[in-house]
Design a protein around this ligand. Structure first.
Ligand code: SAM
Length: 463
């Protein structure tokens, strides 16, 4: 990489790491690790490993995570399995965050800084698509990628929101079993992947990030229920954005403590000795986790697992009990019976907004007043007296779930042609068909005569 490391960064890391600094600085100039995390909602990790066209090595702390060791690093994002949502490309250290947050099926989980969705998709799979995952992103332009990634994974029990931490804290005080603050940071852990991170770094950006992180963590703390978990993570090395943020937080919030997380190979302890001794005194900051690029198979990361004291019963958000409105029920039912058939249609939780038809995990009253981007599982829309299934619905199905599918087998070229927007030729009943590759859904097509018209979303088409 031609972009030099910032001098002030190198000076600081030499002062902190001493004899270790040269190994660390060397590692930053090597090529980054490429990781792949399997979508366990669609395929078991061992099954994926047996069909994977790329060579994979396990990530020690994440059973569904792999290091891609193939030389051709471009291939994983250009394979039909990617379009089928079988995996997310995520570097291994980032996989440690959802592992340590450890959300359980049925829980209410908030990802406060969620775009582009690496950790949110991981939380979703760990929750087995149950309970409620609220994925929030404050920067509007980043929300659509977050949504695309969640829907590619087959998300149903989600709300995608575009709000400030302040607005959420006022709205959902004490509601969540788990909250993740994967904070915006100075990005030192990205220096080896991204030259822009090197260019944009400055000592004042570290200071500014630390102030914002303290604010985010304070707001997030209000959202966690008694006895719930709060995880704070960054992809930077600076103690000001890591141990110091956690220390200020613990001094302000006596109802939280740091949890000792499982120590996987390659996890290093937090460094209380790198922040002011008055601030660190008496706090078990070594319970934080640091992942170092020269000591592990991933990029730099910092993770602190916090737990709120108390045991008040958890809040329950009202579930949504509405049936499908009668004026469109026959359209949706006809589609379901003709095409899906083998899967039960939801009998309640229907929510219709304009022409769009959703299943919602909670009552609309629960999100009233918030800037909501996705209100659960988008099944489709009604247009010209017909039900048009959504890509999000396709991504929750597989060939075995539907009566009408068109299987491409292992024909990679045919799958790519479909993903590029080309029509297919096939005979069979007219109407909607799920296009599948080795049984995994790629999207919808609509058969008219001998042609299946391509309904793969235009904005996602491969070039
Ligand atoms: N969790 C994401 C993932 O795994 O894909 C990465 C999150 S990234 C480290 C931090 C995110 O915080 C960015 O998407 C950024 O837009 C967002 N952000 C920036 N300022 C924020 C603020 N004041 N409050 C909440 N989020 C903010």
């Amino acid at each position: 990489m031609t972009e030099q490391l910032p001098v002030a960064f190198v000076t600081r890391m030499r002062a902190l790491l001493g004899a270790e600094a040269e190994d660390f600085l060397d590692s930053i100039n090597q090529s980054p690790h490429l990781g792949l995390r399997v979508n366990t909602l669609k395929v078991a990790p061992e099954t994926f490993r047996s069909i994977s066209p790329f060579s994979l090595e396990p990530v020690p702390w994440c059973p569904e995570g792999f290091l891609v060791t193939s030389r051709d690093r471009a291939r994983p994002s250009r394979h039909p399995y990617y379009a089928a949502g079988l995996y997310y490309l995520q570097e291994p250290s980032a996989m440690a965050v959802a592992v340590l947050l450890d959300p359980r099926p049925g829980e209410y989980v908030l990802d406060l800084c969620a775009a582009p969705g690496g950790k949110a998709t991981h939380l979703l799979t760990r929750m087995q698509n149950t309970g409620l995952l609220v994925a929030n992103e404050v920067v509007r332009s980043r929300v659509s990628t977050l949504l695309t990634n969640l829907e590619l994974f087959g998300a149903r029990s989600i709300l995608v929101i575009n709000e400030t931490a302040q607005a959420l804290a006022e709205h959902w005080k004490g509601v969540f079993d788990c909250v993740l603050v994967d904070a915006p940071c100075s990005g030192e852990g990205l220096f080896r992947k991204n030259p822009i991170a090197r260019r944009e770094w400055s000592p004042s950006s570290v200071e500014g990030c630390a102030a914002r992180q303290e604010m985010l963590l304070r707001k997030a703390a209000d959202l966690v229920r008694e006895g719930g978990r709060l995880v704070y993570s960054t992809c930077t090395f600076s103690p000001e954005e890591n141990e110091a943020v956690v220390a200020y937080f613990l001094r302000a919030r006596g109802d939280y403590h740091l949890v000792e997380p499982p120590r996987f190979p390659g996890f290093s302890p937090g460094r209380p000795d790198w922040i002011a001794s008055d601030l660190a005194r008496g706090l078990p900051l070594e319970r934080c986790v640091r992942l170092w690029p020269h000591l592990t198979v991933g990029e730099g990361h910092f993770i602190a697992v916090l737990e709120r004291e108390g045991s008040a019963p958890r809040a329950y958000l009202a579930s949504h009990t509405a049936a499908l409105p009668s004026k469109i029920s026959h359209l949706v039912e006809t589609f379901w019976n003709d095409v899906v058939a083998t899967r039960e249609m939801p009998d309640s939780g229907w929510y219709v907004s304009g022409s769009e038809v959703f299943w919602s995990p909670v009552s609309p009253a629960e999100w009233k007043g918030l800037r909501i981007v996705r209100t659960g599982w988008l099944l489709g829309r009604v247009a010209r007296d017909q039900f048009v299934p959504s890509h999000a619905l396709a991504m929750t199905l597989c060939g075995a779930d539907v009566r009408r599918s068109w299987e491409l087998g292992s024909d990679c070229a045919a799958a790519i042609s479909y993903l590029q927007g080309q029509p297919l030729t096939s005979s069979g009943p007219e109407g909607w068909v799920l296009i599948t590759y080795e049984g995994y859904a790629l999207g919808w097509g609509k058969r008219v005569g001998m042609i299946i018209k391509n309904h793969y979303p235009r904005h996602m088409r491969w070039s």
